[in-house]
Write a protein that binds this ligand. Structure first.
Ligand code: 13P
Length: 252
């Protein structure tokens, strides 16, 4: 039984005060939500305050990126131990906005992933194809490359600590969601890759979240798919009401 994860990726939004206020408001909602894990990913500046506000609750706090080195001359980057020090439980790695805005490669994703695991963080590793790949029938090939490159060298037990997020780039912030069936098909493909690389037990246990224009009005259809183990949500995670509705997605 895979416990679903509802995660809000706040990207470059929210001050410290807004972050604390938001977490205070969702804590009671998360406390009642035994059906899923709740995670928020504020910007770096608000992480320590977020972790303090979330302390003792079941709201996980995620960073949006990580550097692989323990420390060093890397202006603007944040080391794994710094995220742990700030109180993070999770870290998003390889988001398409990092891949596209900062040219992040699968090899860098892999180094970040290993560093996050070594620091005891739960990595949320993002993969996803661009529209041209989808339209030219290259989705499977692109995801295989990202999966194999990003997750290279992991042991099955390390793999069992990660969460995968499938985020088709064409669905992010566009209002254009993959249909539940389309997302589920792609999740099956990712789970097959996991099976080949890490084995049946690990593949059937790994949580694969869908991300890309998830909203309160489409989350039910997505979550009804056996293959979809949660959502990584951008825009609709920024308001308490809509994030609350996502946490309490329609269930049978
Ligand atoms: P939207 O939900 O705004 O499409 O963003 C998805 C996303 O990128 C989450 O990481």
């Amino acid at each position: 039984m895979r416990k679903p994860v509802i995660a809000g990726n706040w990207k470059m939004y929210k001050t410290i005060a807004e972050t604390v206020d938001f977490i205070e408001k969702i804590k009671p909602v998360a406390a009642k939500a035994e059906h899923c894990e709740v995670v928020v990913a504020p910007p770096f500046t608000a992480l320590a305050a977020a972790a303090l506000a979330a302390k003792g609750s079941n709201v996980g706090v995620s960073a949006q990126d990580i550097h692989w080195d323990k420390e060093g001359a890397h202006t603007g980057d944040i080391a794994p131990a710094m995220l742990v020090d700030a109180g993070c439980t999770h870290v998003i790695i390889g988001h398409s906005e990092r891949r596209h805005d900062h040219g992040e490669t699968d090899e860098q994703v892999n180094r970040k992933l290993k560093a996050a695991l070594a620091a005891g963080l739960a990595p949320i590793v993002c993969v996803g194809e661009i529209l041209a790949d989808r339209e030219s029938g290259r989705t499977g090939e692109v995801l295989k490359t990202q999966f194999e490159g990003g997750l290279a060298g992991l042991t099955p037990s390390e793999f069992s600590r990660i969460i995968i997020a499938y985020e088709p780039v064409w669905a992010i912030g566009t209002g254009r969601t993959a249909t539940p069936e389309m997302a589920a098909d792609t999740h099956r493909l990712l789970r097959d890759l996991a099976r080949q690389k890490f084995g049946e037990k690990e593949a059937s246990a790994v949580r694969i979240l869908y991300g890309g224009s998830v909203k309160p009005d489409n989350v039910g259809g997505l979550m009804a798919q056996e293959e979809i183990d949660g959502a990584l949500v951008g825009g609709a995670s920024l308001k308490v009401d809509s994030f609350t509705a996502l946490i309490n997605y329609p269930r049978k």
